[in-house]
Ligand binder design. Structure first.
Ligand SMILES: [Ca+2]
Length: 394
């Protein structure tokens, strides 16, 4: 299997993660729905006019990346580390009273996001899987960062129900202008993972729990004033998602975009809107890892079609929208990390929001996150032992 050759030198756990993120070695057509197929991962032309430089390295499988208002980079590692980075120097953050992280399979310490009023309150938010291999879930954790010390740590929100196994935790945190947040949560896992006697993934269509959802929470981790899905849990913003690991918001108009992993093919880019159903697993371009259809339907009434699909899977990780001045021709484009394609995909949208083209920025390692830095360049972290922070510039 080609996907195993990609991760030689890494751990067995890393290899399992790749397998469950989709197989790049399988070539198949994308189906015949109304949605335009994505440019094949191997055929996206290479972007021009960029270079990739090392900023700092030596992180154990970094997962999330952001910046503090003072310009320091803030980074998480899957095994539970938090670091600040100034220039090419990283400093571990002392975590006081942080919950024990379940670092198994795809789980671990995941995203990090700084409160919009950090200068006043010092709050930093994290997502992590907690619990055991048999009973775990994604949680939202907040602490107060002073210098390189995190205190007043509190778990603000826990996904229900608990699930077993190390698959599909999500997760990304995105702040809205109104200082509430969106939180992406995975569907719980692939067959044979079950919950209450049925495939756990079917919970993506169940609006009475948090699996396979985008959630809307206040800064205290509470539901917003108005529920987006009538009759559903009040925190649910959108549903029918498999495993979102890339999400961003356009600061110009508040549009939310997310990328989610398919199984075998059918990775998706979606525009996320309140109350909507994104189809999984009833409408999907993805197939079972073993080959058969997951559903005969690519599209169904009342469900939102993706803006773009990737077959074979590129295993989309972090997602950013570029609003800087350093690459004027990239303004308004989306940038999606690829774990399997080991690149960053530049995705061009037209004025109506339709995808018109994509290009590949070659990284040569599993890309876990991509973000725009405060200096207007793009930054990437690589999912590997000794993981790196890389800068995409001119
Ligand atoms: Ca979908």
């Amino acid at each position: 299997m080609k996907c195993f050759s990609l991760c030689l030198g890494s751990t067995i756990l890393a290899a399992l993660t790749i397998v469950s993120c989709g197989s790049h070695s399988v070539s198949e057509s994308a189906g015949s729905g109304a949605v335009p197929a994505g440019v094949d991962g191997d055929k996206a032309p290479e972007a021009k006019g960029y270079k990739v430089d090392l900023v700092v390295e030596g992180f154990d499988r970094p997962w999330g990346l952001t910046w503090l208002p003072d310009g320091r980079m803030l980074l998480t590692t899957k095994s539970g580390g938090v670091y600040t980075v100034t220039g090419d120097t990283s400093t571990p953050v002392e975590l006081v009273g942080f919950p024990e992280v379940y670092d198994g399979g795809q789980g671990g310490l995941m995203d990090v996001a700084v409160h919009p009023d950090f200068a006043k309150n010092g709050w930093v938010y994290f997502t992590a899987s907690t619990g055991s291999g048999q009973a775990n879930h994604t949680t939202l954790i907040r602490g107060k960062l002073t210098g390189n010390r995190l205190t007043e740590v509190k778990t603000l929100f826990e996904v229900t129900p608990l699930k077993n196994g190390g698959q599909h935790f999500g997760s990304r945190i995105v702040w809205r202008k109104d200082k509430t947040m969106l939180l992406a949560i995975g569907d719980g896992g692939n067959p044979p993972t079950k919950l209450d006697g049925e495939w756990i993934r079917n919970n993506a269509q169940n609006t009475q729990n948090h699996l396979g959802k985008v959630l809307h929470l206040t800064e205290e981790g509470k539901p917003p004033a108005k529920a987006a899905v009538s009759g559903g849990r009040p925190e649910i913003y959108s549903y029918g998602h498999r495993n979102i690991q890339g999400m961003c918001i356009d600061p110009r108009d508040g549009t939310v975009y997310a990328t989610e992993h398919g199984a075998r093919g059918g990775d998706e880019l979606n525009k996320i809107e309140a109350g909507k159903n994104y189809g999984w697993p009833k409408a999907t371009y993805s197939k079972e890892y073993s080959g058969p259809e997951i559903s005969p339907d690519r599209s169904l009434p009342g469900m939102v079609d993706p803006m773009l699909i990737w077959t074979p899977s590129k295993a989309p990780s972090g997602l950013a929208i570029y609003t800087g001045d350093k690459f004027p021709e990239w303004k308004g484009n989306l940038f999606s990390g690829g774990l399997v394609t080991r690149d960053v995909r530049r995705i061009v949208l037209d004025k109506s929001g339709k995808v018109t083209s994509q290009e590949s920025i070659k990284i040569g390692a599993r890309v876990r996150d991509v973000r725009q830095g405060p200096d207007g360049w793009l930054y990437v972290i690589t999912d590997e032992p000794g993981g790196r922070v890389l800068r995409i510039s001119r």
